[in-house]
Design a protein around this ligand. Structure first.
Ligand SMILES: O=C1O[C@H]([C@@H](O)CO)C(O)=C1O
Length: 546
């Protein structure tokens, strides 16, 4: 079946957390419309860019784009940006059931509000290994009052200006900024009586079980999410069924999706708080709140209780425990190949390069190319990017991950990793100290075009000989986004079997902007002609035939 959407993308004034600012909407909405489809459907989105003076591109997060790598929507990697006034048509197949997302993938535009959910149902006659009465989706987000332009200029300045902690947390596009907390906002910009300025409400019928699909698209924050007084049974992660486990609060990193089952089995005469809280950073951002409304109570009636405080921001142990608890559901996820053909270890560091603050992998900080890689490779425009491959490892013996390193040898480059088609590749993410003493941060890493097996997490420096022996090769989960914990490592295995060019990057908007990503190419020679609609920029102008 073909599902067609016609979207117009625009800047409009909104007050999602009571503070009025320009946000990007789709057909007037942020979050945008939910795409609801069934496995095997073809999604066609005709996107009109009405941003007036700004380009755009949309990434379909978690959809592998098998056979359509040019519609992955990653500006600079798979396509030229969509110019203001242009209409671009994305067309791709949703080949697996599960919970996915979509969002802008141009600069840091995602955090301006251009995002939404994708829900893919099973084919008729098939059922999940769990049951529920109703299906709902929410997106968790954080929210800044500065525009992405101001942030981009700040981050690119000498000395750099950090974006800081977000002003609010949003649940399904709604939050509450305390207008009185900032006396400088006295000019009507902060309006607690705006109709936008009210919490999201999820209404439930007592006794029923809800499948809640939760996605996080925060620009910076790692979150803990909970529903006061209710346990959640986690059953799906990034589109894969997992062995169910029960939590009071769910840790969710930007770019991840989970399905949880919640039974509305508490005292039905009142409402309950839904709450999100920043973890892993000593944040000043107040918790995000929404209302879990038991029908027929009034949906706007506040719960009679103080909202849950959430876990301690700096308690790493329960976060590691949750990462380690996620195992694939027997019979639903293919086991990984037992050996890999290549191991790429990526050391994550914060660096100073020519006085600019950057993030690097193995001392190489990613620069976007002027010509999208997919087109450069297919059309043999190899002069358009650095052909020296980036390194497969770092100086493991001599690098101290626990100290501030001066990294004087870091460079910036737009080179890419070329993987041999149909090989098995291990990627080990290695965390380290930032440029501040005693500080290592959580980084959510997202891979385009693939799901990877998560073979393990560890603390300290990864050791090829001993740590590989501890890999879970029995029931590792497959995901597309995974946390790298402070001072830790995360080991992934992929099959390089999807012809195309794929970004792999930290999901923190400002970090990817500051160079925290790499790009993989595989099997490019197997692809047919590229659609001309993805061309027209950089060195590809000559190949564009409308
Ligand atoms: O990239 C970053 O910069 C700041 C901080 O290191 C600046 O001092 C921070 O927390 C980041 O994640």
């Amino acid at each position: 079946r073909i599902r067609r959407y016609r979207w117009e993308v625009k800047y409009e004034y909104r007050s999602p957390d009571c503070y009025k600012k320009l946000v990007i909407t789709i057909n007037g909405r942020t979050p945008g419309p939910t795409i609801i489809a069934q496995k095997g459907d073809t999604i066609v989105v005709e996107l009109k860019n009405s941003l007036l003076t700004e380009n755009v591109a949309i990434h379909w997060h978690g959809i592998r784009q098998i056979g359509t790598p040019w519609f992955d929507g990653t500006e600079g990697v798979t396509q030229c940006p969509i110019l203001p006034g242009d209409t671009f048509t994305y067309k791709f197949v949703v080949d697996r059931p599960g919970t996915y997302l979509y969002h802008a993938h141009y600069g840091m535009q995602r955090q301006a509000g251009l995002y939404g959910s994708i829900r893919v149902a099973l084919p008729d006659g098939e059922s999940e290994p769990f049951s529920y009465d109703y299906d709902r989706s929410i997106i968790l987000n954080d929210w800044y009052h500065k525009s992405t332009y101001e942030q981009a200029v700040d981050l690119s300045s000498k000395p750099f200006v950090w974006v800081g902690e977000p002003q609010s947390l949003l649940i399904q596009g709604r939050g509450k900024f305390d207008c009185t907390s900032s006396p400088s906002i006295g000019d009507g910009l902060c309006n607690a009586s705006s109709p936008d300025c009210s919490p999201y409400t999820m209404t439930v019928v007592p006794g029923k079980t809800y499948r809640l699909r939760i996605g996080s698209l925060t620009a910076l924050a790692a979150l803990s999410f909970e529903i006061e007084g209710h346990n959640m049974t986690v059953v799906e992660a990034d589109g894969h069924n997992i062995e169910p486990f029960v939590v009071k609060n769910l840790f969710i990193y930007s770019g991840e999706t989970y399905s949880v089952l919640i039974k509305a089995d508490q005292n039905p005469s009142r409402n309950y708080w839904m709450s999100s809280k920043v973890v892993s950073r000593n944040s000043t951002t107040p918790n995000g709140l929404a209302i879990f409304n038991y029908y027929p109570n009034h949906p706007r009636r506040n719960p009679p209780t103080v909202p849950p405080a959430g876990p301690l921001w700096n308690d790493l142990a329960p976060r590691l425990a949750q990462s380690n608890a996620i195992k694939s559901h027997q019979g639903y996820t293919l086991p990984p190949p037992l050996k890999s053909d290549r191991v790429i270890v990526l050391l994550n560091t914060q660096n100073s390069i020519n006085g600019y603050r950057r993030w690097s992998l193995n001392n190489v900080s990613f620069n976007f190319p002027h010509t999208p890689y997919l087109i450069a490779l297919k059309e043999n425009l190899l002069h358009s990017f650095d052909q020296t491959p980036p390194p497969d490892s770092y100086d493991v013996a001599n690098y101290d991950i626990y100290n501030v390193a001066n990294n004087t040898n870091a460079t910036a480059s737009n080179s890419i990793y070329r993987l041999q088609f149909n090989t098995t590749v291990d990627i080990v993410l290695q965390n380290a100290n930032t440029m501040n003493a005693y500080n290592s941060e959580t980084h959510p890493w997202h891979l385009h075009g693939h799901d990877f097996w998560v073979l393990g997490y560890g603390t300290g420096k990864f050791d090829v000989n001993s740590d590989q022996k501890k890999y879970n090769l029995v029931n590792p989960i497959m995901k597309n986004t995974v946390p790298l914990h402070p001072y830790g490592w995360t080991a992934l295995r992929i099959r390089a079997d999807n012809p195309g060019v794929w970004a792999f990057h930290c999901y923190i908007e400002s970090h990817f902007y500051m160079g925290m990503g790499v790009v993989f190419e595989e099997g490019i020679e197997r692809l047919g002609r590229l659609p001309s609609s993805v061309m027209g920029c950089g060195a590809t102008k000559a190949f564009y035939r409308p």
